[in-house]
Design a protein around this ligand. Structure first.
Ligand code: SHN
Ligand code: NAI
Length: 162
């Protein structure tokens, strides 16, 4: 697929509240993304033989469902969105291929060139939601921008309330 790298990704705000997001892998990165997605997604399913304590907590609380197994193509059949976030590049790439065949948007955490969308830094405050990306070139900068935006959103919310 051709990548129009001279143009930034369009920040589209999509309704995930009735959608199923499947996260493949249950490590640190998966945990960070799930933590964000909990505010947005209707259903989150994790596919991984082992998960971190953080994710285990979400599962116990009923916030996330868990398929305690390795990735297999049939497990993502009913997914609306997929995050391939295992530490096994071959597995992530296989999942990305399967998603392309099925027309499911996929994020591949070890290789930005395979991402249909980047995972943004997010800030939510009242009705205001912001997402930020550094176009895949500087996640640290995206994080700093998100932190600054968060402060602005909090300030705006307080001003609106006053
Ligand atoms: C391209 C992108 C694709 C995608 O969507 O996955 C991608 C790719 C990669 N990130 C890597 C590493 C780290 N990423 C972070 C953090 C964040 N990364 C996020 C997004 C993205 N990361 C996408 C767009 C990036 C952009 O906008 O430029 C954020 C915004 C959202 C989120 O992940 O929640 C979040 C900040 C959230 C916030 O705080 O707001 C940290 C921690 C830190 O910076 O503190 C580390 C250090 C490791 C660690 O400690 O985890 C590596 C490994 C290579 C390397 O180390 O460089 C790759 C792979 C590659 O570059 O090919
Ligand atoms: N995009 C980003 O922001 C970042 C991406 N990365 C990349 O993300 C990937 C994951 O990193 P971490 O979460 O730190 O790894 P981790 O080692 O904490 O977790 C890996 C997880 O993948 C699971 N897993 C392994 N093989 C699997 C399979 N076949 N099916 C299902 N689950 C499987 C393991 O059980 C474990 O839960 C790495 O490839 C790394 O290169 C790393 C840092 C930041």
């Amino acid at each position: 697929m051709k990548r129009y790298e001279e143009k930034p990704f369009f920040p589209m705000f999509i309704d995930l509240s009735k959608k199923k997001v499947v996260v493949i892998g249950g490590g640190r990165i998966a945990g960070r993304r799930i933590r964000t997605l909990l505010s947005f997604a209707g259903q989150i399913c994790v596919i991984a033989p082992e998960v971190t304590e953080e994710i285990e907590g979400y599962i116990k609380e009923g916030m996330v469902t868990h398929l305690k197994t390795r990735y297999a193509p049939e497990l993502i059949r009913d997914a609306d969105l997929v995050l391939a976030a295992t530490d096994d590049p071959a597995c992530n790439e296989q999942a990305a291929d399967e998603c392309r065949r099925r027309g499911i948007p996929v994020n591949v955490s070890h290789k930005k060139e395979l991402c249909d969308f980047y995972f943004p830094g997010t800030a939510v405050c009242g009705d205001l939601t912001a997402g930020v990306t550094a176009s895949g070139r500087d996640h640290g900068k995206a994080k700093r921008a998100r932190e600054e935006i968060e402060k602005i959103l909090i300030k705006l919310e307080e001003e609106t309330k006053a």
